[in-house]
Design a protein around this ligand. Structure first.
Ligand SMILES: [Zn+2]
Length: 237
């Protein structure tokens, strides 16, 4: 291989490396992974909301049950006084009976309220179980997407290393000044920094070379590197 071929090889490897880096920066596998993470966070947010709702229902249930318990205790006490121990007067007995009569529907109401709260709890618990299943499926999806992403990244990183190795081998054969010119111009011209000469023009030139310039290049030895005065790229005779 001539030094010019080696320089073209350097350019090819730089182009390859740029393409790999571009792919790494725009991997659909990463978008899939990030979408799985976002989906999982949304399940967590939903779950937190439902969990708070469940806590509130739990609190209401306990309070209603405590109310029932207080009424039941009071009724037991009243009944004990009515039937077990001596009552001093018919008036006292009447008063106790009146309170029992008042408390009986109250106990029914409170027990009814406990049942209503428990009915409210059922669908909330079902929703929590549903969200648990979604969270588990989400975790599996994240793990899978992460593995796929890591596999792709690993493969591309290896490709990048290989391109770098091949570039180093080729660059070692290119004269330092030519490599230096190439590296300075590459920031401007990228993958077409070094262009071929098709016998009448610089191959990638947007404009035609002037006749006198064509003539100059034509008379160079094949394999010589020169500047295209039209576009500023490096041209290989
Ligand atoms: Zn040109």
């Amino acid at each position: 291989m001539s030094a010019v071929d080696d320089l073209l090889a350097v350019q090819d490897e730089d182009t390859t490396a740029d393409q790999i880096r571009h792919r790494l920066a725009h991997l659909p596998e990463r978008a899939t992974f990030e979408a799985a993470l976002a989906e999982r966070h949304s399940v967590d947010a939903d779950r937190e909301g439902v969990r708070l709702e469940r806590l509130e229902l739990d609190r209401r249930q306990k309070r209603a049950e405590a109310d029932v318990e207080a009424v039941v205790t009071r009724m037991q006490e009243l009944n004990r006084r009515l039937y077990d121990s001596g009552i001093s007067s018919p008036r006292e007995a009447r008063e106790i009976q009146q309170e029992v009569d008042r408390l009986t529907p109250r106990q029914d109401d409170l027990e009814e309220r406990v049942l209503e709260i428990m009915e409210e709890i059922d669908p909330v618990d079902a929703r929590l179980r549903e969200l648990d299943v979604l969270a588990e499926a989400g975790d599996a999806k994240i793990a899978e997407a992460q593995a796929v992403l890591a596999g792709t990244e690993e493969g591309l990183a290896e490709d990048l290393t290989s391109a770098g190795d091949r570039r180093r081998v080729a660059a070692a054969e290119v004269p330092a000044d030519a490599l230096d010119r190439y590296e300075r111009l590459r920031g401007v011209f990228g993958a077409s920094t070094v262009a071929g000469f098709d016998g009448s023009d610089c191959r990638v030139c947007p404009l035609s070379m002037p006749a006198v310039e064509v003539d100059r290049v034509k008379h160079l030895e094949v394999g010589t590197l020169t500047d295209c005065t039209e576009c500023g790229r490096l041209v290989v005779r």
